[in-house]
Write a protein that binds this ligand. Structure first.
Ligand SMILES: O=c1ccn([C@H]2C[C@H](O)[C@@H](COP(=O)(O)OP(=O)(O)OP(=O)(O)O)O2)c(=O)[nH]1
Length: 177
């Protein structure tokens, strides 16, 4: 049955991905979280800040409930206190927050960080200070955002490459402007 033909709540498999249908209009991917031992559960699960937000904010969940002072140029793995189970056929991308990037030069050196659907370890965020001043990450701060995305897996083969008009042209071959 196609997703559109479905009327009530339930689940349907589309290719390799399982969607949970809450109603006819709204399809959502169900993602399970669990807490790392000792994590502060009071910080809650990631949340979408607005109805149209693509990313849900991830918070620093620091074992000592303290803070991290990140010097200019330094980077650190910030724990979120979360473990995650992403359905087969999806990934989670961990991305910087634009406000922190603009105001403080805070970025993620591996952006977008890739969370694999079969990963069950602690979810961490690699935060880098590309600004000029120390940056303080306090327990509970929203340090990054996670975006759920579908994954297309390919079959790789060795074989002849088809011809194209572009051919080997690249790296600015079409000029500027
Ligand atoms: O920002 C990130 C990036 C990755 N991971 C976790 C989830 C991911 O599934 C796993 C492996 O990530 P990746 O494949 O990018 O790392 P790798 O350096 O290739 O290591 P591995 O050999 O373990 O795959 O690490 C995070 O918690 N945060």
């Amino acid at each position: 049955m196609s997703p559109r033909a479905r009327r009530g709540p339930g689940t349907v498999r589309v290719a390799r991905a399982e969607f949970r249908y809450l109603n006819q209009e709204e399809a959502q991917v169900a993602i399970a979280f669990d807490w790392v031992a000792g994590a502060d559960k009071g910080l809650g699960l990631p949340r979408y800040a607005t109805p149209g937000a693509a990313g849900a904010d991830l918070r620093a969940n620091l074992p000592d409930r303290g803070e991290i002072v990140l010097a200019p140029g330094a980077r650190v793995l910030v724990p979120t206190g979360l473990r995650i189970a992403i359905p087969d056929g999806f990934e989670v991308q961990v991305r910087p927050r634009s406000g922190l990037a603009l105001k403080h030069g805070i970025t993620l050196p591996n952006t977008p960080g890739t969370i694999d659907s079969d990963y069950r370890g602690p979810l961490g965020v690699i935060v880098m200070n590309a600004g000029e001043a120390d940056f303080v990450i306090a327990h509970g701060d929203r340090i990054a955002q996670m975006v759920v995305a579908p994954v297309v897996r390919a079959v790789f083969r060795e074989g002849p490459l088809d011809e194209t008009a572009r051919g080997a042209g690249g790296f600015g071959s079409t000029g500027r402007g």
